[in-house]
Design a protein around this ligand. Structure first.
Ligand code: 5GP
Ligand code: ZN
Length: 113
């Protein structure tokens, strides 16, 4: 997707602070962190949102959660973190490339707003 910010980050056309990368996923720090640790994990393949996950592309979602656990251990917050996906405008999805927020380093309220 030529006009997708996160595809540009994958291609290195927009700089990011990378935390983890392999053939299929990229993890980088959120530009506007909402917690002391705020990392975005994305598939390198453009998937517009969680509503576009199918049996053809869902393997990467499992890998994203494996990556979240690895990052949590590596960065020392495996005892408590939150994984968030905003899907669609009403849920506050501002970037239309599937991404999971991994937040840690403070207490979180429930239910979310
Ligand atoms: P959403 O609101 O779609 O769930 O989350 C999008 C996230 O992407 C936001 O937390 C926002 O701060 C982050 N973001 C938007 N543009 C950039 C960027 O160019 N670089 C980085 N690192 N984060 C971005
Ligand atoms: Zn994209």
């Amino acid at each position: 997707m030529d006009d997708c910010i996160f595809c540009k980050i994958v291609k290195g056309e927009i700089p990011s602070t990378k935390v983890y990368e392999d053939d299929t996923v990229l993890a980088f720090r959120d530009l506007e962190p909402q917690a002391p640790q705020h990392i975005l994990i994305i598939p390198k393949e453009h998937i517009a949102s969680a509503a576009e996950i199918t049996d053809k592309n869902s393997a990467v979602v499992a890998h994203i959660f494996e990556t979240a656990a690895k990052i949590a251990h590596d960065l020392g917050f495996a005892d408590g973190f939150r994984v968030v996906n905003n899907c669609g405008d009403s849920a506050g999805q501002s970037v239309k490339h599937l991404h999971f927020h991994v937040l840690a380093g403070r207490d979180f309220t429930w239910p979310p707003g």
